[in-house]
Design a protein around this ligand. Structure first.
Ligand code: SF4
Length: 458
């Protein structure tokens, strides 16, 4: 069997794999094998050719339990270094003891089913693989562009809308939603790997599942629809188990978004709603060909805040869209004064090549677009200052992103990484209690400006 090593490179560590059980266990086996290969481990076809053996077990009926126990015994006799995963790994006997540990105490590690991350941790511990920069396709920690404590979870690709300023659908095509079980498994793996904040992204999170007619999938043996509300519920429950945050981005204000707000009020997912509204005037929105009209947005926002008073709303707007009159722009300013959006980004319209908006009559001159953008940001500065000032004196949970000698920098539920504000945190008085990246701390807020907060860890 080839191990992809040249005479100049050391042989790759080899893992033997025994896969028992149902199709769900088979998928777990495939995922573990995929991860092993991605990290550069080789697989062995026999016990004596393996440096370590993984047995994926079944614990469903007595015969399957016996078959699994026999397979573990055989692997221990023939090889000696054995990691066990799968359903039997999670099973206890009548005395409440782990069945596998009791019968086969020499097994190195035992995990339950769907435990790719835990199995890989056990493999790293008992069969560390030296990093080979010339042959490894994936670094040992995996390819991640975010720090270890937060991660983006993409739930779909493409978009069914045709906003006139946007060329994403022509580049990425129509909406394709990922199966809900895949999304949930990825979320679970990320939480297991230490992610403390999961940021759900897509082009249009509210449309999740529309392309597959909200097909029913399965997660943890229970049916779950490929639908935004069910996904958010399942992600929130999962995050609760790991003490992690879930943050929703790109939520279009479709009617079913109202069902998400109570989940935010309950604390299942962060009370943070990123709704890209782009404008408020109905005629501008029509020219933009936006999904969900602007007419009821003020009422919606007020109703959401009544349901969830802590809700932070983030949105983006375009100033100087082709055809925007001064009156339409002032309508937007009035909307912003009333809506008091917590976190706001505003862009001067920029004609993207290929966007149909470029041919709309009466384009707004560039200096007017810029001037309108500045007026929005000036207004927003006042709103933001007022809303952040209201947090002074409160104690808020902060996720620490960075630490230095003076303390740390983190974010509250109101701040998404990179795009929102931060909290500058003084460390606790006791010298042994240092702040750490990825740690949650309760911070008493002492000061605020238009963007950021300052406070002391409690
Ligand atoms: S801006 Fe419009 S067309 Fe572009 S991705 Fe968003 S919803 Fe889809």
């Amino acid at each position: 069997m080839s191990n992809a090593s040249s005479p100049n490179t050391p042989a790759l560590p080899k893992v033997g794999f025994v896969s028992l059980g149902c199709p769900k266990a088979l998928v777990d086996s495939e995922q573990i094998l995929t991860q092993l290969r991605a990290e550069g481990y080789d697989t062995a076809k026999s016990y004596d050719g393996a440096d370590l053996v993984i047995v994926n077990t079944c614990g469903f009926i007595d015969a399957a339990v016996q078959e699994s126990l026999d397979a573990i015994g055989e692997a221990l006799n023939e090889n000696g270094k054995v990691i066990v995963t799968g359903c039997l790994g999670a099973k206890k006997d009548a005395d409440g003891d782990d069945i596998i540990q009791k019968i086969h105490p020499k097994v190195l590690e035992v995990t339950g089913p769907h435990a790719v991350g835990e199995v890989m941790q056990a493999v790293h511990k008992h069969l560390p693989k030296p990093h080979e920069p010339f042959i490894d396709l994936v670094p040992p920690q995996g390819v991640k562009l975010t720090p270890k404590h937060f991660a983006y979870l993409k739930i779909s690709e493409g978009c069914n809308h045709r906003c006139s300023f946007c060329i994403i659908p022509s580049m990425r095509g129509d909406l394709v939603s990922r199966p809900i079980a895949d999304v949930m498994l990825e979320a679970e793996n990320l939480f297991k790997a230490g992610v403390k904040e999961l940021l759900v992204i897509s082009q249009d999170t509210s449309a999740y599942g529309v392309d597959v007619k909200f097909r029913t999938g399965f997660w943890n043996g229970k049916p779950v629809k490929t639908h935004m509300t069910q996904l958010v519920g399942a992600l929130g429950e999962l995050a609760k188990q790991y003490g992690a945050w879930v943050r929703l981005h790109y939520v279009y204000p479709y009617p079913h978004v109202d069902q998400i707000i109570p989940m935010m009020a309950e604390g299942l997912v962060l009370p943070y709603l990123d709704v890209p509204l782009q404008h408020a005037h109905p005629d501008v929105l029509k020219r933009m060909k936006r999904p969900a009209s602007g007419e009821k947005n003020i009422e919606r926002i007020q109703a959401w805040r009544a349901m969830c008073p802590d809700l932070t709303i983030r949105s983006t707007f375009i100033a100087g869209f082709p055809g925007e009159t001064e009156a339409e722009f002032e309508y937007l300013l009035d909307f912003l004064k009333e809506a008091e959006i917590d976190r706001l980004g505003c862009f001067a319209y920029s004609p993207v090549e290929g966007a149909t908006a470029n041919s709309i009559d009466n384009p707004v001159p560039e200096e007017v677009r810029e001037e309108r953008r500045a007026r929005v940001m000036q207004l927003q500065e006042e709103i933001s200052k007022k809303r952040l000032q209201a947090k002074v004196g409160k104690t808020l949970r902060v996720l620490i992103d960075d630490v230095d000698r003076n303390g740390g920098v983190g974010r509250t539920y109101s701040d998404a990484p990179e795009i929102d504000g931060v909290v500058y945190v003084k460390p606790p008085f006791e010298p042994h209690r240092k702040l750490a990246v990825g740690q949650f701390v309760d911070v008493r807020i002492t000061a605020a400006d238009a963007h950021d907060l300052w406070g002391a860890a409690e």
